[in-house]
Design a protein around this ligand. Structure first.
Ligand code: S3P
Length: 211
C-alpha cells in the first residue's frame, strides 16, 4: 500500500445506478481514504441540490457546476475516493479533469437494463431528475451516448452485471476487485514515475533534476 499512497484521487464513473456510491464507500474504507459523493459535494458547496440546479438553471448550468465542484475535489491534497455523477463525462472539461495523470478512473460498466431495474426499485430519485422520464429509455440512451466517453477516461473497467449475478455480496466483491486492480495500476504508475525521475536526474544522489 505504500506505493498507492504516491497517487492521488480515485474517481468512479458510470451510469446512474451502477453502484458508484456504495462501491466507492467500501473502497474508501479499504484504501483508508475519505469518500466523497460528488452530487452531495455539489449540494453542500453550492447550497443547491442537484434537482434544484436542474429546475432553476437547467442541465447545462448543472454540468458546469459539477465540473467546478470536481475540480475543487481534485485540488485537495488528501487522496480520496470520489463517486462522480453519471454525466460528468458529457462535457469536455469534465473529461479533461478525469484524464489528468494524477487521477485514476474506474468505470463501473453496467448494462442499461440492469441499472434501470435497480434505479426503479429506489424510492428516492431526488438527485436524479433525468429519471423522471422512463428510466429504461433514458438509461438506454445514456449507455449509447456515454459508453465511449467512459471508456475514453477509464484506467480500469469493471463489469458490474456478472458480479451481481454470481457473487454473494456483489458490492463488497466489486470493491475488492477495484481495490486489487487499483493497487496494481498504482504500483505500475509509481514505478513509471520513479523511472522518469531517475532519467531526469541522471540518477544523481539528491535527485536534483537536470536544468
Ligand atoms: C446524472 C447522474 C446523477 C446526477 C444527476 C445527473 C446523469 O448522479 O449527477 O442527476 O446525468 O447521469 P448519479 O450517477 O450519482 O446518480
Amino acid at each position: 500500500m505504500a506505493e498507492a499512497q504516491l497517487r492521488k484521487h480515485l474517481a468512479l464513473v458510470g451510469l446512474m445506478g451502477s453502484g458508484k456510491t456504495t462501491v466507492g464507500r467500501k473502497l474508501a474504507v479499504r484504501l483508508e481514504r475519505p469518500f466523497i459523493d460528488a452530487d452531495e459535494a455539489l449540494a453542500v458547496t453550492t447550497g443547491r441540490s442537484v434537482r434544484k440546479w436542474f429546475d432553476d438553471s437547467g442541465e447545462e448550468a448543472f454540468r458546469a457546476a459539477e465540473v467546478r465542484v470536481l475540480a475543487g475535489l481534485l485540488a485537495a491534497d488528501d487522496p480520496s475516493v470520489i463517486a462522480t455523477g453519471g454525466g460528468i463525462v458529457c462535457t469536455e472539461p469534465g473529461r479533461a479533469l478525469l484524464s489528468r495523470p494524477d487521477v485514476t478512473v474506474v468505470w463501473l460498466r453496467a448494462s442499461p437494463a440492469f441499472v434501470a431495474n435497480r434505479v426503479m426499485q429506489k424510492a428516492n430519485k431526488d438527485h436524479r431528475p433525468l429519471l423522471d422520464e422512463d428510466p429504461r429509455i433514458v438509461l438506454e440512451r445514456h449507455a449509447r451516448e456515454r459508453n465511449d466517453l467512459y471508456a475514453e477516461v477509464a484506467d480500469l473497467v469493471v463489469d458490474v452485471d456478472p458480479v451481481h449475478r454470481d457473487a454473494e455480496k456483489p458490492k463488497r466483491t466489486l470493491a475488492e476487485m477495484v481495490f486489487e486492480a487499483f493497487s496494481q495500476i498504482d504500483a505500475e504508475k509509481a514505478a513509471r514515475d520513479r523511472a522518469q525521475l531517475a532519467r531526469a536526474t541522471g540518477d544523481r544522489p539528491g535527485g536534483v533534476p537536470r536544468p
